[in-house]
Design a protein around this ligand. Sequence first.
Ligand code: NDP
Length: 286
Amino acid sequence: METTYKLLDGKKISGEIKQEIAAVVNELLEKGGRRPHLAGVLVGHDGGSETYMASKVKACEEVGFTSSLIRYEDDVTEEELLACVHRLNQDPTVDGFIVQLPLPKHIDEQKIIEAVDPRKDVDGFHPVNVGHLAIGAPGLRPCTPAGCIRMLDYAGIPIEGARAVIIGRSNIVGKPMAMLLLERHATVTVCHSRTKNLAEVAREADILVAAVGRPHFVTADMVKEGATVIDVGINRIAPKTLVGDVDFDAVSEVAGAITPVPGGVGLLTVAMLMENVVQAAKMQRG
Ligand code: NDP
């Protein structure tokens, strides 16, 4: 059947962004600078975390960054992890670093996040960067919502004045997504597990962002004809099968534009991380 929707192709968009970053790295090297350096801290052997970290390391190679990976077993103590964060904060050869989440239950994630030097916080999770985002000051922005905005811009989808509905209010996706859309003058509604008449609210959206973590949560009856649907969800429903939060086949019949999973927002997240590393390097090197 012929499709009428516009596919927001994460591979194409992230590829172009990575090419631009590679050009920036070359410029830096020509001026006698050193390659930006991203370090990653990975605890344990969770399949999802391993995959995400591997894709970040690969992206570093593609754009010409130096990358280093520090691994700990599941039984690492909070003290050991905090000491690692302090070492990375002080290492002048590291421009930015990430501690892959989730962490084992015996470690206080927020404590780790708050120990990161905000200038090296390329995930954009530190309260200083969250605060900067909230007041509209410059800072490192969280990669996934920043990637969603970049996708909308790339596709020429107007944000100013649009009705945006986000399903999900997590600190890493839903809330910063709301702030970024507000910054761009959308009228924003954030839904969550206590929202009443969620389908009705979702149907008002010109831009609908799903960050729920439930396979096929957004069905066609929740989407206004012609709306843009951004699917942040990554759900593993079988060992080798990933699906989003949106029932893609049915929703693409109604949506004006839609992101696929895989091949959508996830790739933009990694590209935005690379951009944050360049920004962090520039901020620290002056
Ligand atoms: P969280 O589990 O932290 O948050 C999920 C949100 O969805 C919560 O706010 C929750 O509401 C809401 N929710 C859950 N069930 C319902 C329901 N039945 N009705 C309405 N709202 C509901 O998830 P994350 O934000 O961390 O991640 C969301 C998804 O995005 C996951 O699939 C994750 O894997 C994916 N992800 C993808 C990334 C990418 O790069 N593409 C990056 C990060 C995440 P409440 O607050 O009330 O509990």
